[in-house]
Write a protein that binds this ligand. Structure first.
Ligand code: AMP
Ligand code: MG
Length: 318
C-alpha cells in the first residue's frame, strides 16, 4: 500500500481507527493521534521513542473545541489566539480532566494550537476529537518538513503519511504561557517575539531554559543531525584538515565543497523553511562534518538560532 497520500479521508479513517498518522502542518510534520485516548497517546510516545516527561501539543480545528479542553483563558492569550490562529502559536491553558495525564506529563496546563495548514485543518474539522501531535521524527533528531522526511524514518510504523508539500514555516510553533498577567515565551518559533509584543502592546518574558518545570521538553540537546555539526563565526574557522565537509550558508556567508543555501537573498522566512531540510541533506551527503553560523538574532532568526545551538550541543561536533 502507498503510505504517502493526499487522501484526506484515508487520514480521517485511520485516526478514527485509533491509528497514528503523519500529518502536515505549516510548522513541521506531526505524528498525530486522538489526544483524548491514553492508549493512542502512548502509541505516539512509543513510535517516537519520546520520554514520557515531554508533554504533547493538542491540535484543534475549531475554537469551540476549547471549552471541553480548558477551564479558563487568560485575556492576553486570548488576544494572541485571535491574532495568530490558525497559525504557529501554542498557548498553555489550565486543562480539564478530559485531557489524559499522559498528554501533559501530569502538568496542570495543556498546550493547545490551531494549525494553519489547510490539510491539517480539513482533517481536524472532520474528527470529533483533537489531535496530539509532536514532530514526526525519532526523539532528538531533526524535525521533518516534508512527507518524504517522515517516510525516511517512520515508514515501518505508520500506514498513512498525509502529503501536504514542504512546510511553509519550517520551525516549530512559538509556545506562550501567562502567569500573574505576564506573558512568558517558553519556546521561540514561527511567530516572532516582535509580533507578539506588537500584538499585546507590552513586553514579554523570554524563558527558554530547559531546567524550568514549565516546559520540560525544552531540552538543551535536540534537533541534532547524525554528522558532527560545528558552529563557526566565519569561513576562516573551518580547519584546513576538515576533509570533505558541508556548509549550511545564509546569503553565501560560508562556502564549501558541499553547500546548502538557506536563502540567497538573506530572507529569514525562507531560511526557516529550509533549515531542517538542510541538516537532513547534509546527513545524506558523504561529508565528515557540517559547518553553520548563527543567523541575525531577530524575528525568525532567533528561533533558528535556538534550534542551531541545541543541535550543536548534542552533536559530536563539540
Ligand atoms: P513539540 O516538540 O513540538 O511536540 O512540542 C512539545 C513541547 O511543548 C514540549 O517539549 C514542551 O516544551 C511544550 N509543552 C507541551 N505541553 C506542555 C505543557 N502541558 N506544559 C508545558 N509545556 C508544554
Ligand atoms: Mg519535536
Amino acid at each position: 500500500m502507498q503510505k504517502i497520500t493526499t487522501d484526506i479521508s484515508a487520514a480521517v479513517k485511520a485516526l478514527n481507527r485509533d491509528e497514528v498518522i503523519g500529518l502536515p502542518t505549516e510548522t513541521v510534520y506531526g505524528l498525530a493521534g486522538n489526544a483524548l485516548k491514553s492508549e493512542v497517546v502512548s502509541k505516539i510516545f512509543a513510535v517516537k521513542n519520546r520520554p514520557f516527561f515531554d508533554p504533547l501539543i493538542v491540535h484543534i480545528g475549531e475554537i469551540s473545541q476549547l471549552s471541553e479542553l480548558v477551564s479558563a483563558i487568560d485575556p492576553q492569550l486570548q488576544k494572541l489566539m485571535n491574532a495568530f490562529w490558525p497559525g504557529p502559536l501554542t498557548v498553555l491553558l489550565p486543562r480539564t480532566n478530559k485531557i489524559p495525564d499522559l498528554v501533559t506529563s501530569g502538568l496542570p496546563k495543556v498546550a493547545v494550537r490551531m494549525p494553519a495548514h489547510p490539510m491539517a485543518l480539513a482533517v481536524l474539522r472532520q474528527l470529533n476529537f483533537p489531535l496530539a501531535a509532536p514532530s514526526a521524527n525519532p526523539f532528538g533528531y531533526v524535525s521533518p518538513t516534508s512527507a518524504v522526511h517522515v517516510q525516511d524514518q517512520l515508514e515501518d510504523q505508520l500506514n498513512v503519511i498525509l502529503d501536504g508539500g514542504d512546510c511553509a514555516v519550517g520551525v516549530e510553533s512559538t509556545i506562550v504561557d501567562c502567569r500573574n498577567n505576564i506573558v512568558h515565551v517558553l519556546r521561540l518559533g514561527g511567530i516572532s517575539i516582535e509580533e507578539i509584543e506588537e500584538c499585546l502592546g507590552e513586553k514579554v518574558e523570554v524563558e527558554l531554559s530547559s531546567s524550568r518545570p514549565a516546559a520540560p521538553g525544552m531540552l538543551d540537546q535536540h534537533y541534532s543531525p547524525m554528522k558532527p555539526l560545528h558552529l563557526i563565526e566565519n569561513q576562516n574557522q573551518i580547519p584546513a584538515t576538515a576533509g570533505l565537509y558541508g556548509v549550511i550558508s545564509f546569503g553565501a556567508n560560508l562556502t564549501g565543497p558541499i553547500q546548502f543555501e538557506l536563502s540567497e537573498s538573506r530572507d529569514l522566512i525562507e531560511a526557516a523553511s529550509r533549515l531542517f531540510a538542510g541538516l537532513r541533506y547534509m546527513d545524506q551527503q558523504p561529508v565528515q562534518a557540517i559547518y553553520i553560523s548563527l543567523l541575525p538574532e531577530q524575528e525568525l532568526g532567533r528561533a533558528m538560532n535556538d534550534r542551531i545551538r541545541r543541535a550543536v550541543i548534542k552533536s559530536k561536533g563539540i
